[in-house]
Structure formats: structure tokens, C-alpha cells
Write a protein that binds this ligand. Structure first.
Ligand code: HEC
Ligand code: HEC
Length: 213
């Protein structure tokens, strides 16, 4: 991803922040009942990149708000097991996920699932959005691409292991579609045909549409 590279190593910085959590003043009010102290405090570290309540204002970081808990937990486990291994995953998520135990992962996942997502926004041209909508709702049967809606939900709201895509940053979505075609993100096997069947322009169109939802 092309982005401003901080002069510090982000994973190291996140690890330091988590180690120094006792100095953080407040606790998240709406963490699920029974959440550990670690989970209550870790959420502040996550917010530094993923935004308040997981509503990321920056396309550098995916939003987490409204994401089904099962999906979020799976990703944190994949980062921790170093299976989701793209350079941004490594730089940003390997260090922080290594500090999370299973119970904390479940609490954080439940917390983000309960947060209200930010409304979709777009500056994309209407024609691009229409193309994206068609791909999302109908797929591209002649290329073996199924409708994204059939797995991700009619409004891309996600469920269980299927991620919410609505309102997610388009640049992030596009990048992930490319990664699913590689070994750097191995758990996209269900979408193999969709990833292989869309060209760059089509992927861009569907990502632009999804950000607008
Ligand atoms: C230093 C910045 C930073 C911090 C701190 C951080 N993240 Fe991330 N996170 C990222 C980046 C960048 C990505 C995208 C990685 C990629 O493109 O592979 C990401 C990806 C994720 C994803 C995958 C999202 C998806 O849609 O698949 C989850 C889940 C996640 N982070 C959860 C967390 C949690 C929970 C915390 C706190 C314990 C946290 N992150 C802390 C930068 C950060
Ligand atoms: C057969 C079911 C299925 C279909 C059809 C499908 N997906 Fe997915 N998709 C998944 C699953 C399951 C995952 C989660 C993979 C993982 O855990 O890493 C996923 C993940 C994603 C992600 C990563 C999201 C994130 O937050 O990192 C994107 C982007 C995505 N899908 C886009 C699409 C698009 C666009 C289409 C339509 C062209 C589509 N998917 C069709 C099942 C499907």
C-alpha cells in the first residue's frame, strides 16, 4: 500500500503502547461483560489506527465497526499465527496480535461487532458505481463469478465468517482482492473464482460501490 511510512516501526510502537497500558486514563464503556482488563485497555491501542469505535477515518486502516465477531476473531488469529502475511499485516498486525490471548480476541471481536458502522461515502462517478453494483448483485456468470451479495449479504453487511464490506475503504478492499490470489492471505478459498474472474477495472468498480454503501 502506498502510504506515509511512520519513522518508527508501527508494530514495535503498538507493542510498547500495549505494555504501557496502565497509564491510559479511561476504559471503553461498552466492552462486553466479562472482558479482561487487557481487552478493556487494548481497545485504546486499536483505536490509534482503526479509529474511535472502529470507524476508521483513514483509508490506510480498515474499519472494524459492525464487522461480524466471528470474522474479526478469525483475522486476529490469522495475524497471530502469521498466516495473513502481507507486508502491512506483518508491519502493523503481527506485533499487536501476538500480545492478545484467545479470550481477549473474542472480547475485542464482540466489541467491534456491536459498534455502529460509519455511513458509506463516495466521490466515485455514477457510472463506476452502477458497474460495481451490478457485479455485486449479479456477479459475472460467464466468468464463473458469483454475486458477492450471495455470501456477503444483500447490503454487504456480512454475517458469521463472511465480512461486512459496506462502507469499507475501497483501496483496502481492492488490495485484499489482489492478495486473495496469492499465498499471503490464504483464507479466501471460498472466493477463488470471484478473485480470478474479475479484472482490475471490475475489482475497482465493485470496491468503489462497496465503500458507498
Ligand atoms: C499501528 C496501527 C495498528 C494498530 C495499533 C492496530 N491495527 Fe489492526 N490493522 C492495521 C492495518 C494497517 C491493517 C490492514 C492490514 C493489511 O492490509 O493486511 C489492520 C488490519 C486489522 C484487521 C483485519 C480487518 C479486516 O477487515 O480483515 C483486524 C481485525 C484488526 N486489524 C484488528 C485490530 C485490533 C483488534 C487492534 C488492537 C488490539 C489493532 N487491529 C491494532 C493497523 C493497526
Ligand atoms: C462463496 C462465498 C463468497 C462470495 C461469492 C464472495 N465472497 Fe468475499 N469473502 C468470503 C469469505 C469467507 C471471506 C473471508 C475470508 C477470510 O476469512 O480471510 C471473504 C472476504 C472478502 C474480502 C476481504 C474483506 C476484508 O475486510 O478484508 C473482500 C474484499 C471480499 N471478500 C470481496 C468480495 C467481492 C467483491 C465479491 C464478489 C465479486 C465476493 N467477495 C464474493 C466469501 C465470499
Amino acid at each position: 500500500m502506498l502510504r506515509f511510512r511512520p519513522f518508527f516501526r508501527p508494530a514495535a510502537a503498538a507493542a510498547c503502547a500495549l505494555a504501557a497500558l496502565s497509564v491510559l486514563p479511561t476504559q471503553a464503556q461498552d466492552m462486553p461483560e466479562g472482558s479482561s482488563e487487557l481487552a478493556r485497555r487494548a481497545v485504546h491501542v486499536c483505536a490509534a489506527c482503526h479509529g474511535e469505535a472502529g470507524r476508521s477515518p483513514s483509508s490506510d486502516y480498515p474499519s472494524l465497526a459492525g464487522q461480524p465477531a466471528q470474522y474479526t476473531a478469525r483475522q486476529l488469529l490469522d495475524f497471530r499465527a502469521q498466516q495473513r502475511a502481507e507486508s502491512d499485516s506483518k508491519a502493523y498486525m503481527w506485533g499487536v496480535s501476538a500480545l492478545l490471548d484467545d479470550a481477549t480476541i473474542q472480547s475485542l471481536a464482540a466489541y467491534y461487532a456491536a459498534q455502529t458502522p460509519a455511513p458509506g461515502r463516495t466521490k466515485a462517478p455514477a457510472a463506476l458505481l452502477r458497474t460495481g453494483q451490478r457485479l455485486f448483485e449479479q456477479g459475472l456468470p460467464e466468468r464463473g463469478v458469483r454475486a458477492c451479495a450471495s455470501c456477503h449479504g444483500e447490503r454487504a453487511e456480512g454475517a458469521a465468517g463472511f465480512p461486512r464490506l459496506a462502507g469499507q475503504h475501497a483501496a483496502y478492499l481492492e488490495r485484499q482482492m489482489q492478495l486473495f490470489g496469492t499465498r499471503l492471505r490464504p483464507h479466501g478459498v471460498l472466493m477463488k473464482a470471484e478473485v480470478a474472474g474479475l479484472n482490475r477495472a471490475q475489482t475497482r468498480a465493485v470496491a468503489a460501490y462497496l465503500q458507498s454503501l
